[in-house]
Design a protein around this ligand. Structure first.
Ligand SMILES: [Zn+2]
Length: 141
């Protein structure tokens, strides 16, 4: 169903529902559109007003996106907190520390630190378990 705002030659404005725009065109061609004045079959289609509902849907969609984004951020912060609590920060020494733990079996512990994607790939090739995780800021901003 589609709603058109119509205007008669006499000046009267009214609204009417049609099953489709084709249906409207068909009735218009056959001069089957009529006005309550009964004098004229000259009916003109007005520009349709924007639908309030579509704007509402857009807002809903936007708030859903924001909720999703917030949830992802929250999970990533939880992940960061978990890593910080359960592993030792070794910073730029991550690669050498990871190798030392893997090969020397000394001072075995969970560690986290910095590595480039290439370095990470090398460790994985050597059979050392490493994960790359998004390191999110602790605040919401
Ligand atoms: Zn009229």
């Amino acid at each position: 169903m589609i709603k058109y705002h119509l205007k008669c030659k006499c000046g009267i404005k009214f609204e009417s529902w049609f099953s489709s725009s084709e249906e409207y065109d068909r009735l218009d061609k056959k001069n089957m559109l009529s006005c309550q004045c009964g004098k004229s079959n000259k009916i003109y289609k007005q520009l349709m007003s924007p639908q309030i509902s579509s704007k509402k849907e857009f807002i809903n969609h936007k708030s859903k996106q924001e909720a999703f984004y917030k949830t992802v951020n929250k999970k990533l912060r939880e992940l960061r907190n978990y890593v910080e609590k359960n592993a030792e920060y070794v910073g730029d020494n991550f690669i050498s520390e990871a190798r030392s733990i893997h090969y020397d079996k000394k001072n075995i512990r969970n560690i986290y630190g910095k590595a480039t994607p290439e370095q990470t790939a090398e460790l994985l090739d050597e059979g050392i378990d490493v994960n790359t995780i998004p390191w999110i800021k602790k605040t919401n901003s």
